[in-house]
Design a protein around this ligand. Structure first.
Ligand code: SPQ
Length: 448
């Protein structure tokens, strides 16, 4: 019998105390990838033990990299015995990436530079996500990659292609595309440059520099910037301290903002400026968020975030903030539903090709709770008001499940959230941590 994890969340409650959410997913993926390609032993602390980053870890093991994991080393600890840029081995069968777009897109760039073939596949959600955005620039570099109809996974990457550097102007603001091309650039003849139309998360660039690789970054006008590197260098092992994931902290930033009487401190959160759009948007809505003890840990800015409840107001969200908060919109829609007045999001069509169509799925869930939410091709218009209880489904998308759990703080009745298994991809232990902070949530397995 198939079973399905569902969350039942009672209305009300407030959030208090201190908490640390799990490690940053983007940085955890990259720590495995660069650690594997480095010469020497890389020690990682704060690694996210979620299914997405664990799938990346398993894939590199399957390509011959010895990786000691938290089961033997203790929570959040990983030791990667790097094999150097040319030391990966052909996997004996298909590489399974589960739900993780980051793994598939970044690994496409790495595998394109190997002398073996590999096939990458994932779950139903990943199998529906667009991959031409990476296969096209890789083809320009000389790589050969077969996709399914519509440029979808599984992907077969053919090895042995001699890659050449390109000057790639990205049609969309995507850290995954930028990272994929830069990682392939490590194997290319000459210089590879990627120009982005707006700043996106720069963890790959920062981490490459942390591994001693020369990366040149040129800021252009109006947010346009270019990153370049030259192939043929060497990555040197280093130690990585993964901060808490601001995308996971975001659920609690919104939760404490909307639940009266809340006063919560989120510890050791990554506050890289390419990720802090959620703080900026919430502050513009009237949220009370203090950034405390700012410091730099392993090349990434980190801080403690104190958030107290506040009266939120609707705003028109600047499109410049969209790539800086791209994964936080599901929970920002909940903030908008609790705000006074109208919130308008535009320029966020990328939300339609995430683990689910996050515009439609959130609009459907908000409607089920009686919220006035109008989806548009590239965003949403939400009029804040009262939310009743009801039943919603995540369509297998972790961020949808956690967002509706937060909504219950202000709903007038219980919210039942179906299909929450994938919360584990990015936020293992969400239910327990949320309970401890003050959410009235419980998880139960039901027959599917
Ligand atoms: O890995 P995946 O499934 O693509 O994860 C998501 C998420 O919500 O966790 C997107 F659905 O995050 C992406 C993010 O949206 C992670 C990421 C990265 O680590 O480089 C970059 C963003 O994607 P993109 O397409 O804007 O580059």
């Amino acid at each position: 019998m198939n079973s399905n994890l569902q969350f039942m969340v009672q209305p009300g409650g407030c959030l208090t105390g201190h908490m640390r959410v799990p490690g940053d997913k983007s940085i955890s993926h990259r720590s495995i990838m660069l650690g594997a390609l480095a010469e020497g032993v890389t020690e990682v602390a704060g690694f996210l033990e979620g299914e997405d980053s664990l799938n990346t870890l398993r894939c590199f093991r399957r390509m011959g990299v010895k990786i000691e994991d938290p089961e033997t080393l203790g929570a959040g600890r990983v030791r990667i015995h790097g094999v150097g840029l040319h030391g990966l081995k052909k996997p004996d069968s298909t590489l399974w990436l589960g739900n993780s777009g980051t793994s598939m897109r970044l690994m496409s760039g790495i595998i394109a530079g190997q002398d073996f073939d590999a096939v990458m596949e994932g779950d139903e959600s990943l199998s529906g996500r667009p991959m031409r955005r990476v296969t096209e620039p890789l083809a320009l570099m000389g790589a050969q990659i077969d996709t399914q109809d519509g440029g979808r996974p599984p992907l077969r990457v053919h090895g042995g292609s001699a890659l050449k550097g390109i000057n790639y102007v990205m049609p969309m603001a995507s850290a995954q595309v930028k990272s994929c091309v830069l990682l392939a650039g490590l194997y290319a003849m000459g210089e590879t440059c990627v120009t982005e139309p707006a700043p996106t998360r720069d963890h790959t660039e920062r981490m490459l520099q942390g591994f001693g690789y020369d990366v040149r970054r040129v800021a252009g006008e109006g947010g346009v910037s270019t990153v370049c590197l030259t192939g043929g260098g060497v990555l040197k092992a280093t130690n990585i301290d993964v901060p808490a994931d601001i995308s996971s902290a975001a659920f609690f930033l919104v939760a404490a903002s909307i639940a009266p009487g809340s006063d919560l401190v989120l510890q050791h959160v990554g506050v890289n400026p390419t990720r802090t759009g959620v703080i900026e948007i919430l502050r513009l809505m009237g949220a009370n968020i203090e950034i405390l003890n700012e410091r730099t840990v392993g090349g990434e800015p980190v801080a403690d975030l104190r958030v107290r409840s506040a009266k939120l107001k609707g705003i028109a969200i600047s499109e410049a903030l969209v790539p800086l908060a791209i994964d936080e919109f599901p929970v920002l829609f909940i903030a908008a539903a609790c705000a006074q007045g109208e919130t308008v999001l535009t320029g966020a069509e990328e939300l339609r090709v995430k683990e689910s169509d996050r515009i439609q799925v959130m609009a459907d869930g908000l409607h089920a709770l009686g919220v006035d939410a109008q989806p548009t091709p590239d965003g949403m218009i939400i009029r804040g008001g009262t939310m009743h209880g009801g039943s919603v489904t995540t369509h297998g998308d972790h961020r949808i499940g956690m967002s509706f759990a937060v909504a219950a703080l202000r709903a007038t009745g219980e919210i039942r959230i179906e299909d929450c298994e994938n919360v584990n991809t990015s936020f293992p232990g969400f239910v327990e941590l949320a309970q401890r902070a003050g959410l009235r949530i419980r998880a139960e397995q039901v027959a599917a």
